[in-house]
Ligand binder design. Structure first.
Ligand code: TMP
Ligand code: ASP
Length: 237
C-alpha cells in the first residue's frame, strides 16, 4: 500500500490517497480541538491513543455486524480505511443528559434518558454544527430518507454494543457522535472515528469525566484519562 498526496486536512486527522482507489490512509494528529475549532492545542500521545482506541472499537463493532471503514492499523498514528463518500451529518445518541442538550433544554446533567435520544447535526464548523432534523437532510440533499433509516439503525446498534462494552469496564457511555459515508457499492458504512474525542464517558461510581470534556472544561489530565479508559477496555497501546 503506497501513501499518496494529502486529500483533506481536518481538525484532528489528515486524509491521504493511496494507490488503491477504494482505500485511504487516516493520520491521527495530536491536535485537539473544541468549540468548532476555535480552540486547538497539541496534546502529547493523543494521535496514537485515539488511533489505537478507534481500531479496537471499530473491530468490536465489525464483529457485532456493523459495517465500518476500518481496514488495518499501519502505524502508531496511521490506519488504512475504506474510501467513503461522507454524509455531512453528525448522528448523536444520548443515554444521559450532558453538553448541548443540557444547554438547550435546561435539564440536569446526568439525567437518565429513557429511552435514549437520537439527534442530527450538520457538520459545518462555520455554521457552528447546527441542530437539524431528518427533513432538512433530505430537502438539502445531504442524504436520502433510506440512508437516514440505515444511519439511525446502525447508530442504535452501536449504542447497544458499546454501552455494554463500556459498562463492563466500569464506564457510562453518556453520549456519542457518529459519521457515516457511502462506500463504492452504495452501502452505508460507519466512518470517521470512535474515540474519547467524540463521546462522553463517565466513571460509573465516581462520575469522573474521562473524555474530551476534560479538555473543553479545562479539567486537566486529558490524555491520562483517555489512557485509563483504553487500559480498562484492554486496548493495546
Ligand atoms: P453535544 O452535547 O455538544 O451536542 O455533543 C454530543 C456528543 O457528540 C458528545 O459526545 C461530543 C460529540 N461531538 C463531537 O464529537 N463533535 C462535535 O462537533 C460535536 C458538536 C459533538
Ligand atoms: N470537535 C468539535 C471541535 O473541534 C467540537 C467539540 O468536540 O467540542 O470544535
Amino acid at each position: 500500500m503506497e501513501k499518496r498526496e494529502e486529500l483533506y486536512r481536518g481538525k484532528a486527522k489528515s486524509v491521504y490517497k493511496t494507490d488503491d482507489a477504494d482505500r485511504l490512509i487516516l493520520l491521527f494528529r495530536n491536535d485537539t480541538s473544541a468549540f468548532d475549532g476555535k480552540r486547538i492545542e497539541q496534546l502529547d500521545r493523543k494521535g496514537m491513543v485515539n488511533n489505537k482506541f478507534n481500531a479496537f472499537i471499530m473491530q468490536k463493532l465489525e464483529a457485532a455486524g456493523i459495517p465500518t471503514q476500518f481496514d488495518k492499523l499501519l502505524a502508531d498514528n496511521e490506519v488504512l480505511v475504506k474510501k467513503l463518500d461522507m454524509i455531512p451529518v453528525e448522528c448523536v445518541v444520548r443515554n444521559y443528559a450532558a453538553g448541548s442538550l443540557v444547554k438547550r433544554l435546561g435539564v440536569e446533567e446526568g439525567m437518565k434518558l429513557n429511552p435514549y435520544t437520537f439527534e442530527l447535526f450538520l457538520k459545518d464548523d462555520a455554521k457552528g454544527d447546527p441542530f437539524i432534523n431528518e427533513s432538512h437532510v433530505v430537502a438539502f440533499g445531504w442524504g436520502t430518507a433510506e440512508q437516514l433509516v440505515r444511519m439511525k439503525e446502525l447508530s442504535l446498534k452501536v449504542n447497544d454494543v458499546l454501552s455494554k462494552l463500556f459498562d463492563d469496564a466500569g464506564l457510562l457511555l453518556v453520549d456519542f457522535k457518529l459519521e457515516f459515508g457511502v462506500f463504492s457499492d452504495g452501502s452505508i458504512v460507519l466512518g470517521d472515528e470512535f474515540s474519547p474525542d467524540g463521546c462522553r464517558l463517565w466513571d460509573k461510581d465516581t462520575k469522573k469525566k474521562m473524555d474530551k470534556d476534560r479538555f473543553r472544561q479545562g479539567l486537566g489530565d486529558v490524555i491520562e484519562a483517555y489512557e485509563e479508559v483504553a487500559q480498562r477496555l484492554g486496548v493495546p497501546l
